[in-house]
Design a protein around this ligand. Structure first.
Ligand code: KG4
Length: 339
């Protein structure tokens, strides 16, 4: 059983977790969301500076909570990408320093593998499995035939669904991050606005969100210019039906076509109540199992990075100390980290 300390700093959460075999000893998260809220989105420079300030505090807290010393740690894991370049650098430098100082292996982890493996805190994986990876930076359908085998069968050609939620929330005057406020308002509204369904009829598992985002922005602006009031609840419902509907349709089609035994939801947008409800409803009676991650697993954390790292440790997937970050790292390339 290995004790692994994992660091996550790819966006606006500084996080440190320690895992002992399968047992999670601590999961420390310092969120910067309040700082970025006043800008309506993550400010990359501020985010990396805050990571640099917070990382040692989180490390100290993690060691205290788990009653561990750094000498006891068998390996140091870190999110190498995808994410914001400056933010990734802070986590990587911290992990490299610890690996060098304590002469222990350095394990580079792909952020989206982390989001997928967060589901292992909720249930056991059954393969073949379809992962619906929906977050602020990514929208992907990933097929897994076994552990640590990732095949992208569809992805967004432009914006991520979470990014689209955040931009739509901003134009409606809702707080950042926009996912939860839109989700809540949608429950009170009716689908009355006509919005485009991108790549809907095409025979592809790819997604597109920039057209939907622009349509909402244009519609809101043109109504404002005409002096008409926007019914925020109705707009949220209309938008959510389309944004989530597209994911549900493609995910169900892929699950049936690839004859998967299980579907897992992953990433920040997997907290969406309509997505959870729809996936549950549509998979009922198909014989396909569904894992819905607990809410604490949907936001960025290092416990999910530690889960992947525990598997990579067994396979000795270690990096040298000249490892660099990769803001655009593809999940299918997760073992490929030579600079
Ligand atoms: O996974 P995450 O922390 O970001 C990345 O790693 O990229 O996800 C954050 C995203 C934000 O865009 C936020 O608006 C969205 O997840 N989100 C939601 C909900 N809760 C958070 N989107 C839709 N419905 C929600 N309930």
């Amino acid at each position: 059983m290995a004790k692994i300390l994992a660091i996550e700093s790819s966006c606006d959460e500084t996080a440190v977790a320690i895992i002992d075999g399968d047992k999670l000893l601590c999961n420390v998260i310092s969120s910067q969301v309040e700082v970025h809220r006043k800008y309506g989105g993550v400010m990359p420079e501020i985010a990396s500076r805050l990571h640099a300030e917070n990382i040692t505090v989180c490390l100290k807290e993690a060691l205290e909570q788990s009653k561990c010393s750094l000498e006891e740690i068998d390996a140091f894991a870190v999110t190498r990408g995808p994410g914001l370049i400056g933010c990734l650098h802070v986590g990587l430098q911290a992990a490299k320093t610890l690996a060098m100082l304590y002469n222990k292996p350095l394990i580079p982890v792909h952020h989206l593998c982390g989001h997928i493996y967060a589901n292992e805190y909720a249930g056991e994986f059954i393969f073949p499995m379809l992962c619906v990876v929906v977050s602020g930076g990514n929208t992907e359908l990933v097929l897994m035939k076994d552990h640590l085998q990732f095949e992208i069968i569809g992805e967004t050609k432009d914006d991520a669904v979470g990014e689209c939620y955040d931009k739509v929330a901003r134009v409606l005057g809702l707080p950042y991050p926009g996912g939860l406020p839109i989700d809540q308002k949608a429950k009170l509204g009716k689908h009355t606005y006509d919005l485009p369904l991108p790549l809907h009829k095409e025979n592809t598992y790819d997604f597109s969100y920039s057209g939907l985002k622009t349509s909402v922005i244009n519609l809101v602006n043109s109504e404002k210019m005409k002096g008409h009031e926007i019914r925020a609840e109705d707009m949220c419902k209309s938008f959510q039906d389309v944004a989530i509907g597209m994911i549900v349709e493609k995910a169900i089609k892929a699950a049936l076509e690839y004859k998967v035994k299980q579907v897992v939801l992953a990433g920040g947008v997997s907290a969406n109540s309509y997505l959870r409800e729809q996936m549950k409803e549509r998979l009922e009676g198909t014989g396909i199992d569904l894992i819905i991650p607990p809410l604490w697993c949907t936001t960025d954390n290092a416990a999910m990075i530690a889960k992947v790292a525990a598997r990579l440790y067994k396979e000795k997937v270690f990096a040298s100390l000249d490892l660099g970050v990769d803001p655009n790292w593809k999940i299918s390339e997760y073992r490929n980290f030579e600079n």
